[in-house]
Design a protein. Structure first.
Length: 305
């Protein structure tokens, strides 16, 4: 590729680096993902479904003219923009370890879209954005909300921070639709990030989204680089969304375990009561509390909370 006269053009649009390789069928795949999210939004809006889940969606880093972070087309932005064009107010809540930057920047000057991102602190992880000070601009000031979480944030810190920020902002903003991005690279053994969540913290967020957004809920997947965690977490998410949480066996299917060579210690759908307090845990708790207070002081009045 580097010897091709087309190389500079590809690179200009973010294609070619290791994170965004040029693959056969990449446009068709990306368009299918984006179409799935658009279809999910249509099903909720037109067919009256209380929720729709496109687990292949959540390609949040992609920009209007640039691929980024393994993502080529930002399906969330396309679906949200369509809803806004139809006169709807939309809240977007992102719990991926990586900042939901592409969605934030797409609506940075809009007061019709509230973006909330809980993510690993940008000083420690790609894409290096998502600081508290990124609040929106012009009419959108206050409507871009970032809650950066320091390394070793665990379930307790995450749940407390989530509860202090997300429910009151959604209640005040009163969106017509809620789009959630359920990345699972926040889990404690994800190879790319450094947070320590388990199915307890993740499941709590999904249940609360169901409480807060049922009847207007568009659910997307997202990041996750431990494939067993992805399978477990999104199975749990689907069980919660579809009202079948108590019906799903805790043990992964034997065929699945054999095919994917799952270690017996990883066979359970739900994590046990994990108390993993890494060496940055105290700072993580302190920084999260400070971030929550910053959001309450600077965002709540502008959003009306």
């Amino acid at each position: 590729l580097s010897a091709s006269p087309l190389a500079s053009g590809y690179v200009a649009f973010g294609q070619g680096p290791a994170a965004n390789p040029i693959l056969q069928g990449m446009y068709e795949l990306s368009a299918l993902i984006a179409g799935g999210t658009r279809a999910a939004a249509r099903r909720v809006r037109r067919a009256g479904l209380p929720a729709a889940f496109n687990l292949s969606g959540g390609m949040h880093p992609a920009r209007a003219a640039r691929a980024a972070g393994f993502c080529y087309i930002n399906d969330a932005v396309l679906a949200i923009r369509r809803l806004v064009q139809q006169g709807k107010r939309v809240a977007y809540v992102d719990i991926d370890a990586h900042h939901g930057d592409g969605v934030q920047w797409a609506f940075f000057e809009s007061d019709q879209v509230l973006t909330i991102s809980l993510h690993q602190h940008p000083a420690t992880l790609f894409p290096g954005t998502g600081y508290l000070e990124e609040m929106g601009r012009g009419p959108g000031k206050g409507f871009a909300v970032n809650l950066p979480l320091w390394i070793d944030t665990d379930d307790d810190i995450f749940i407390e921070s989530f509860e202090e920020v997300v429910p009151p902002l959604l209640s005040a903003f009163a969106p017509d639709y809620v789009v959630t991005q359920l990345g699972v690279d926040t889990f404690l053994n994800d190879p790319l990030a450094n947070l320590n969540l388990t199915t307890r913290g993740f499941g709590h967020a999904v249940r609360r989204f169901k409480d807060l957004a049922w009847g207007r809920w568009i659910v997307l997947g997202g990041g996750g680089y431990n494939m067993i965690n992805v399978a477990r977490a999104w199975t749990l998410a689907w069980a919660i969304i579809s009202g079948q949480e108590g019906l799903v066996p805790d043990d992964l299917p034997e065929e699945f375990m054999r095919r994917h060579r799952v270690h017996p210690d990883d066979r359970h759908l739900l994590d046990g009561d994990v108390q993993l307090r890494g060496r940055h845990w105290y700072r993580a708790g302190r920084d999260a509390a400070d971030a929550v207070e910053h959001i309450k002081k600077h965002h709540f009045p502008l959003v009306g909370a």
